[in-house]
Design a protein around this ligand. Sequence first.
Ligand code: ADP
Ligand code: MG
Length: 593
Amino acid sequence: APPVEKYEYQAEVSRLMDLIVNSLYSNKEVFLRELVSNASDALDKLRFLSVTEPDLLKGGGELDIRIQTDTDNGIINITDSGIGMTREELVDCLGTIAQSGTSKFLKALKDTKDAGGDSNLIGQFGVGFYSAFLVADRVVVSTKSPKSDKQYVWQGEANASSYTIQEETDPEKILPRGTRLTLYLKRDDKGFAHPERIQKLVKNYSQFVSFPIYTWQEKGYTKEVEVDEDPAESKKDEQDNKTEKKKKTKTVVEKYWDWDLTNETQPIWLRNPKEVTTEDYNEFYKNTFNEYLDPLASSHFTTEGEVEFRSILYVPAVTPMGKDDMINPKTKNIRLYVKRVFISDDFDGELFPRYLSFIKGVVDSNDLPLNVSREILQESRIVRIMRKRLVRKAFDMILGISMSENREDYEKFWENFGKHLKLGCIEDRENHKRLAPLLRFFSSQSEDVMISLDEYVENMKPEQKDIYFIAADSVTSASNTPFLEKLLQKDLEVLYLVDPIDEVAITNLKSYKEKNFVDISKEDLNLGDKNEEKEKEIKQEFGQTCDWIKKRLGDKVASVQISNRLSTSPCVLVSGKFGWSANMERLMKAQTV
Ligand code: ADP
Ligand code: MG
């Protein structure tokens, strides 16, 4: 017999396993979703590779997932005909944590500090492969990769610090390709090995897997069978001199076991939007992106003509765990399919500008080649058109939220993704018209609730030409600035730009509905109330005072001037027309530390 080799788990895996086995008790059933999603990933990988190497599919049967239970012994078998794993991959994938779902989970645990039985967390992230140990005390993985001519068996137990790998020798267990997981259920969890229970879980959790999932079910059909007549009766008949024998029949149920197709395999984005409910879209979202909250909005659309693709896009209700994703958009938020074959979730940057990297969804193109690469995407005219359409749809969705009767929805959106849109004002000139109506600011007349630029414009005075703003580090300091005095007196509204990025965004927009943005802290503020006679008088009276102050301050100021912008304060420091505003100055200083 081939040798059994023993391996130690990486320290993180041990910790995770310990946590799973000893602390996470609720919501155990997510194990099935996790294992089925791994099987589905493995099938996706194989299908993708087979595009260039069709031989990979030879002799392996259908691309599917089969789940069989042994109720009496509490065993579940999950078999996929996917890509499988080589010996090295078994060690890398099932003995260490380098993988997405699992490491995200660990990070979240660290973040929330109260490690332990947080059932929300497990529902939110799943814990990948190791979730098998939620219900099983022994797990066996038998797997065959097309890269290897041997099949290997991985075995691990709950509460153990090591696992073993050996070659599969049992001819009965040899697979043409793919992976079979065998779960030996814990005593209290044997109930999961009931075929109906598994069927229900698959329907609940895996209805959007695009490969067929079969479960082994007991079935029955009815048939009519002839029954022999009661001998006593026939005697009686004979006595009655009836020569003709009557035949009697009875209906019986014949039982047998067979594979039952348990999920709907047509991808949701190929269905007619009229037949898909909001709940379906939300479920698909939560399943596909491992989310636990419904999205704020979704959009399902098809484009035809020049470029053909189908897509479902979503606006999430929460920001992702890693807050730095705006700068580093390795978000895996867009799943790209070509003719229904999953290609990659690594092309977010090619399909969306980075400021919209929070949008999640699937895109299925009929026009791209199956062997599409980043280089092809970057140069493709088709992708440029797709990108334009996707961006437009994303804006439609966001605009939809902003027009929702429920103002809170947009407030939530703005809190999570407002920064992204402001970044858009800086990075995407072409979409200024779409971005500007979505911005929100506090103002001198609305210090608690943010307003839109449209609301500002509506509230403008008939003679007012510009949109006034002041940048500061908080609403309080904005409302205390002396620059405001004159404007408040005239009942002119002033936007408060209190987020460091606000001023840069606004400066990039330059204007909204043909009204220029004007910084009220700049030197040449003109409120349209010049009175030349009076100014001359004042200049004569105070000209010498100005010269004297300038002399005393020397190079510290560029000039000292008489101003008509104050009403109660005696003087104010303003920025030059072409210089940085005080706020920008502060920002630049902060950045050069
Ligand atoms: P994730 O799915 O987030 O990568 P998992 O813990 O669920 O993390 O899985 C770890 C890795 O193990 C997967 O990335 C994959 O490489 C491998 N794996 C798990 N199940 C299978 C399977 N059925 N077939 C092939 N590889 C698998
Ligand atoms: Mg997984």
